[in-house]
Design a protein around this ligand. Structure first.
Ligand SMILES: [Fe+2]
Length: 494
């Protein structure tokens, strides 16, 4: 099948003069199907599954200042089977997207504006925001689930066709945060949400059968801004970090974030099906952590890796357009300085030990999800571009030997957070492919790259040209075809 243009949405944006509406962050409005793409190299026959990326694509002129995390979610999908690949992209048809299509203009103000500027009530943690479902995407119970970091409803899509399956029915009234976790061993989905009302956080477990099995409050001292969680085989780990809204400003509806430097970080560890009184809290050095990599159990300890921010509330970004100094600073990983970091929580003594694992600025790391919850040997981080929310390559770490390898892209090329596709029949942890979308600004093209995870520096095994240049964005997922088929037959049997 040649490239099929499925739909084109007409934007009503009037002012394109914005750092995150241009170049790599130029939004996409056309939806495509394509299974006949130019391939440089050969698509291996031992890759089977689907790579998904969520992105932010604003359709209407913003009410006030636009922040790229306000944009409407669009999923880009590349599937692999039998040495062939297929591509599709679709907007996530959220209630907000549909309502604004009907209205012909924005109905909600964004992250950087006072909630009172929104024309309709928002549904999310900060209030007044549209649930754009644009932050993250995972595959659970055979279906994709797109989520929003401010706790939206969660939207289901078919992972191959991107057919819209609507909101997920088990999502509670406080919503679901981005970065829910799928434990591939059990098929369970672990999630959290947060809000401005006590107890300020909840934790839930959904079975492989897509039924909510467990939902408990996680009591925090006040409203917090957690972005991620971690899990080991037996525990789930939540965070109460000293980077949260200024209480006085919040009374006036202003969502100004402060780094409370004298307040320790806190990490709460709860058995997977644990009750609130079973949570154990640990203290650590003050920081903010956007993303964790993995956690596992080792004797009396629960060990967790993630990216410790040295400067979680950075100074204003120099030379930013007026009004965008804070936004540009927060979007620059070199400003907030995340470092690969390890926490060890002793479940017997309550002590925390911490260790920096690498001094470089890295973020958006992934592992082979087959070992999630158990000790991983390898991880694959994205290398940020100074000044921008973009990635210029990937770095692999061997946690056992301390060695690392990097694949740096050419100038003007930017990749997405990688996915790890285990090689069909492979057994070693790094026996598989790193999958990433690369946009080339000079050539005005995008490609999907497959990289041998065991030999990152050899460069891509193959490159598949997409029908258009795609917008930069946030999170990605890899899902194994065998797992999707297994979940499909489980669903059909019940
Ligand atoms: Fe994130």
């Amino acid at each position: 099948m040649p490239v099929e243009q499925v739909r084109k949405i007409e934007p009503t944006i009037e002012s394109w003069d914005h750092p995150y509406l241009n170049r790599s962050w130029t939004p996409n409005y056309t939806e495509y199907n394509s299974s006949d793409m130019k391939v440089i190299g050969e698509i291996p026959t031992d890759i089977d599954g689907v790579y998904l990326r969520n992105t932010e694509n604003p359709v209407h002129e913003a009410i006030g200042r636009y922040h790229p995390f306000d944009g409407d979610g669009m999923i880009h999908m590349m599937s692999f089977a039998d040495g062939k690949a297929s591509y599709r992209n679709r907007f996530v048809e959220t209630k907000g997207f549909v309502a604004e299509q009907e209205a012909g203009h924005s109905l909600w103000a964004g992250l950087m504006e006072h909630p009172s500027r929104s024309l309709r009530p928002g549904v999310c943690a900060q209030e007044g925001l549209k649930d754009s479902s644009s932050t993250d995407v995972i595959v659970h119970a055979g279906q994709a689930l797109s989520t929003f970091y401010q706790c939206g409803e969660g939207y289901r899509l078919d992972p191959y066709t991107l057919e819209q399956l609507g909101t997920e029915s088990w999502v509670p009234k406080d919503g679901i945060s981005a970065l829910p976790k799928v434990d591939e061993r059990t098929g369970e989905l672990l999630f959290f949400n947060y809000s401005k009302q006590a107890p300020f956080m909840h934790y839930g477990v959904v079975g492989a059968d897509n039924v909510l099995k467990h939902y408990v409050p996680i009591e925090l001292p006040g409203p917090r801004l957690p972005h991620d969680m971690a899990f080991s085989e037996n525990y789930s780990i939540f965070n109460d970090l000293p980077v949260f809204w200024d209480a006085e400003q919040l009374k006036r509806g202003n969502h100004m974030v402060r780094f409370h430097k004298g307040v320790p970080s806190r990490f709460g560890i709860i058995p997977r099906m644990g009750q609130p009184d079973e949570i154990k809290w640990f203290e650590g050095a003050p920081t903010y952590v956007l993303h964790f990599l993995n956690a596992w159990e080792e004797g009396d300890e629960v060990v967790m890796d993630g990216y410790f921010q040295d400067s979680p509330v950075p100074p204003d970004y120099p030379n930013a357009p007026p009004g965008f100094e804070r936004m540009m600073a927060y979007l620059d990983q070199y400003s907030i300085a995340p470092r690969l970091h390890r926490w060890r929580f002793n479940m017997k003594t309550g002590a925390t030990k911490e260790e920096r694992l690498d001094d470089r600025t890295l973020e958006f790391g992934i592992i082979n999800q087959q070992v999630a919850g158990r000790e991983n040997r390898y991880c694959y981080s994205a290398i940020p571009l100074r000044g921008w929310f973009l990635f210029t390559g990937l770095t692999k770490h061997d946690m056992q030997t301390g060695k690392s390898w990097s694949l740096e892209l050419d100038e003007h090329q930017y990749c997405s957070e990688a996915g790890f596709a285990p090689r069909v029949g492979g057994t070693a942890e790094d026996d598989g492919y790193l999958v990433t979308f690369v946009s080339d600004l000079a050539a005005d093209t995008s490609e999907c790259l497959l990289i041998d995870a065991a030999d990152l520096e050899a460069g891509p095994v193959c490159r598949i040209q997409l029908p258009h240049r795609i917008c930069a964005g946030t999170h990605t997922a890899w899902a194994n075809g065998a797992d999707i088929r297994k979940a499909d037959s489980l669903r059909q049997a019940t």
